[in-house]
Design a protein around this ligand. Structure first.
Ligand code: V55
Ligand code: FE
Length: 524
């Protein structure tokens, strides 16, 4: 097919986006997004993928901003659980255009504010520049995931952030993150948007992307972060930097990646930083046809890169490995001259709703994630990187006690289908704690027809032992129109089940990632 025939007429595309029957659409050029599938996909995949009995999704649109004061609580909120559980996720402001993907929905941020045994729940859309412009126009103006050539001319120069991927706290703000843009800053208490393009008071350029997966240094409390495609759309430059607690940039280096791929997460240790480059590669041809930013290119290899922290980046080394994917870090550390990077790994395209470059249909089996330990020697030759499967749990969104982001750690936490049920379509959703020292795990099974969002760990107090605290997460009840609960478990006794259940009267907003803000991190 010649390029011209492929090129999309922008007007007819927008016509298709608002539902004109038979309108020419970019989606006709891309592999179909919905397939019957024999294998259940992870619980966080969108609803337009057929759901297994126990899987469900955490991505069902809600649209309504919600406030519930003094939520109904079953059981008792522990006296030593005070703080806030924040999360964000895509909740499309306007229906997604044909061929667009759920990762482009506008970020809806929520908070469970827990204090003195009471829980207040509040949600707000992040008022990003994109959200505000679209709200004014009363229609979508950026209709395709990370494809600015499809934007309405009126939004030229505005931030394209949806703020829909992750949240962290910094200086009494919640930073709502999307990896193609700077953070969107929200008030910690009210979730009102304070600054839609947060540059840390000019420490970072306004056009500098900021990862959705920064780490908080276990020693200094610095935010360790990076931005990829850092020198313009499609650039192979990655800026790596640290911001201290006061918001000052204390270090920055620039590196180049072997090729431009989705660089979603990374790993930070006491003295090193690692990146894992995967074959979800930038696809300019697909974007010219009106499609999304990425496609899965199975001809590409993976590259595990490592560099020194506080260096100039020139020491970066890349170690080649076979085609596979890894997008979420559980933890990372260095020990006796070796670097360890614990990440979920899939055999193929981890997001079946993203196209495969060879036109093959979505492969749900190849999209199942298992936690692996990647390893490297700091000095000396690495012909390949070490690769070890750690657990038989399907867990695309592993977490840890976040006080251990950059140091040796023992415990990981995750939602996963029950590994004891051989038929994965019947397996109930579980929260799990893994113990990397004994390589064992403990489960709590939430029962049938529940989808569990990614959990977050809250320590009992700032100096609590690793893993001494609470694990909490949102349970969506598939047979109650997704009405949701916040379940709170003792992280050291998951199998005993929830100590408290916070009952929402409605569906919780969609979630990708969440974050715990301790009580001592709030202003007095
Ligand atoms: C992810 C999510 C995104 C995205 C890229 O979890 C990667 C992975 C919600 O948006 O844009
Ligand atoms: Fe993520």
């Amino acid at each position: 097919m010649k390029n011209d025939e492929n090129r999309l007429d922008r007007r007819s595309f927008l016509g298709g986006a608002i539902g004109a029957a038979g309108a020419f659409s970019a989606a006709t050029m891309l592999p179909p997004l919905v397939h019957a599938q024999p294998i259940p996909r992870p619980a966080w995949m969108p609803l337009d993928h057929p759901a297994p009995a126990s899987g469900g999704t955490t991505f069902k649109p809600l649209r309504a901003e919600v406030e519930v004061r003094d939520c109904v609580v079953e059981g008792k909120i522990p006296d030593d659980l005070n703080g806030g559980f924040y999360a964000t996720g895509p909740d499309p402001q306007y229906p997604l255009a044909k061929g667009n993907i759920i990762f482009d929905g506008e970020g809806h941020v929520r908070m469970f504010r827990i204090k003195n045994g009471r829980v207040d729940y509040r949600t707000r859309y992040a008022r990003t520049e994109r959200y505000v412009a679209q709200d004014k126009a009363r229609r979508s103006l950026m209709p395709m995931y990370r494809n600015p050539s499809m934007d309405d001319p009126s939004v030229k120069g505005l931030s394209r952030s949806t703020a829909n991927t992750h949240v962290i706290n910094h200086k009494n703000l919640i930073l709502a993150l999307k990896e193609d843009s700077p953070p969107c800053a929200l008030d910690l208490n009210t979730l009102e948007t304070v600054d839609p393009v947060y540059t840390f008071d000019g420490e970072l350029p306004r056009d500098r992307p900021f990862t959705a997966h920064p780490k908080v240094c276990s020693v200094t409390g610095n935010i360790v972060a990076f931005g990829y495609e850092a020198e313009g759309f499609g650039s192979d430059v990655v800026a790596v930097f640290e911001i201290d607690k006061q918001g000052k940039k204390v270090w920055e280096a620039k590196i180049r990646v072997p090729y431009v791929g989705l660089l979603h997460d990374f790993a930070v240790t006491e003295n090193h930083i690692m990146f894992f480059v995967i074959p979800l590669a930038i696809d300019h041809e697909q974007m010219k046809r009106g499609g999304i930013h990425w496609s899965w290119d199975p001809t590409k290899k993976t590259y595990l890169g490592y560099m020194r922290r506080y260096g100039d980046g020139k020491d970066i080394k890349w170690v080649e490995g076979p085609t596979r994917s890894g997008t979420h870090t559980m933890g990372a550390f260095e020990d006796k001259g070796k670097l360890y990077f614990d990440t979920e790994i899939t055999a193929g395209n981890p997001f079946p709703f993203m196209p495969n470059r060879d036109g093959s249909p979505p492969d749900y089996e190849a999209a199942t994630s298992y936690i692996h330990r990647l390893s490297l020697n700091v000095n000396g030759r690495n012909k390949s990187y070490g690769f070890e499967k750690m657990y038989p749990l399907i867990a695309p969104l592993p977490r840890q006690d976040d006080r251990y982001n950059t140091m040796p750690y023992r415990y990981g936490f995750m939602a996963c289908p029950d590994p004891n049920e051989p038929d994965r379509r019947k397996a109930g959703a579980c929260y799990a704690r893994v113990d990397n020292q004994t390589r064992t795990f403990e489960l709590w099974n939430a029962g049938p027809n529940v989808a569990l969002a990614e959990p977050v760990f809250a320590p009992k107090h700032p100096k609590a032992r690793e893993g001494e605290g609470y694990l909490m997460g949102v349970a969506y009840h598939i047979n109650e129109n997704m009405r949701s609960d916040l379940v709170i478990l003792d992280a050291e006794h998951l199998k005993d089940g929830p100590i408290a259940i916070v009952k929402l009267p409605v569906q919780a907003s969609p979630q990708v990632h969440g974050w715990w803000v301790r009580e001592d991190q709030y202003p007095a």
